[in-house]
Design a protein around this ligand. Structure first.
Ligand SMILES: Cc1ncc(COP(=O)(O)O)c(C=O)c1O
Length: 384
């Protein structure tokens, strides 16, 4: 059997041993409901609160600022919709960017249908917004700024601390979608000056279907799900105890191993980029330096992303074209279009995203395989 080379860690990751170990007891013998008064319930409650403390410590937050959710999409939706409701009487204008994930863009679109106005800041060739443009977009009726920490398609890291400082000076609520960044670059909610931050467990080797919304203490964000009053009354429903434990263990492990993993992964990524750019008419997308350690993203002239992914798969290489979360919609990447790339090229993206589990041999195999596939696809296109 062909060895699988997994280079799609921005789509999802393998559960870490720390997460697995933290979760197992709560999927088996320790199955109590954290709201129950007897010892089995109290043990679950204690573990859940321990997970909250651990997750809080990993991002410089207080435990009571951590709200467990079902993932990045829920956290983004909660943050955006709840601020809109909270600030309705003060204004209906929101500032975001053209390169956000659909988990942000779709709730914004929905709000636009309800009479809210959204300014989508443009980005340059590397996927950066202009801070002066952000400042100029602020209006008396602006209620929220929502800008991602790092882009999921290109890995470009945005200047979130500077945006946070600008938002604070203007007295505006600032939300960041840190789903791709958390566990991969340092995250500190105080340094970033954020009021709301979304993260997702499965992007840093925690379990799927788990996430966090950080809500800065004192922000009177309305409840998102009403019911039995769990999560300080803001997100009711019996808690996913094992999930929260897995997320917290994975996040803490990622934070502990960050320097070593960053060094290893960045070195592999840079060798990969150097090798791939030897392919004729290949271009790197995103910021060449200020990018997530694991993400290498490219476009190849005269090559479409979809057949490229399928041919890589035949060779045992898992990769993505654009955002895996929207892989069932075969449109061009809205991120690459916003970065000014022509329509034809925005169809042909390749994202290779690495983790500490990848090896130098994986990079060798990708570099030996990819040029042949690109050549083959181009020869087919040339015959058409
Ligand atoms: C930037 C970003 N935001 C949000 C999400 C959605 O996260 P989840 O899969 O946990 O719902 C993703 C998933 O790829 C993402 O990359």
């Amino acid at each position: 059997m062909t060895k699988i080379i997994y280079a799609d860690n921005a789509a999802t990751t393998q559960l870490s041993p720390q997460a697995f170990e933290a979760m197992t007891p709560f999927l088996t013998a320790a199955y109590g409901n954290p709201s129950a008064p007897y010892s089995l319930g109290r043990a679950a409650k204690k573990a859940l609160e321990g997970a909250r403390e651990k997750a809080a410590a990993a991002i410089g937050a207080k435990p009571e600022e951590i709200y467990f959710t079902s993932g990045g999409t829920e956290s983004d939706n909660w943050a955006i919709n709840a601020v809109a409701r909270l600030k309705k009487s003060e204004g209906r204008h929101i500032i975001s960017t053209a390169v956000e994930h659909p988990a942000v863009l779709q709730p914004l679109k929905h709000l636009e249908g309800q009479g809210y106005e959204v300014t989508y800041l443009p980005v340059d060739r590397q996927g950066h917004i202009c801070l002066a443009e952000l400042r100029a977009a602020i209006r008396p009726d602006t209620i929220l700024i929502t800008v991602m920490t790092a882009n999921n398609e290109t890995g470009t890291i945005l200047p979130v601390a500077a945006i946070g400082s600008l938002a604070r000076q203007a007295g505006l609520i600032f939300h960041t979608d840190a789903v791709q960044a958390a566990g991969h670059i340092p995250i500190d909610v105080t340094e970033m000056q954020v009021d709301l931050l979304s993260l997702s467990g499965h992007k840093f080797r925690g379990p799927k279907g788990t996430g966090v919304l950080y809500i800065k203490k004192g922000l009177p964000l309305p409840p998102h799900i009403r019911g039995g009053g769990q999560e300080l009354g803001r997100r009711s429903g019996t808690e996913n105890v094992a999930g929260a434990l897995g997320l917290a263990a994975a996040l803490a492990a990622a934070a502990d191993n960050l320097p070593a993993n960053t060094k290893k992964i960045t070195a592999m990524r840079d060798r990969l980029i150097e090798g791939v750019l030897k392919i004729p008419a290949a271009r790197l997308t995103g910021d060449p330096v200020n990018r997530l350690p694991g993400i290498a993203s490219f476009i190849f002239e005269d090559v479409e992303g979809e057949p490229l992914i399928l041919m890589l798969d035949q060779k045992g290489i898992c990769a993505a074209s654009g955002s895996a979360c929207s892989s069932d919609s075969i449109g061009p990447s809205h991120v690459l279009l916003a970065m000014g790339l022509p329509y034809e090229l925005a169809y042909g993206a390749l994202r290779l995203s690495l983790s500490e589990d990848n090896s130098e041999e994986d990079i060798d195999t990708i570099l030996a395989t990819l040029p042949q596939i690109i050549e083959r696809l181009r020869s087919i296109t040339a015959k058409d």
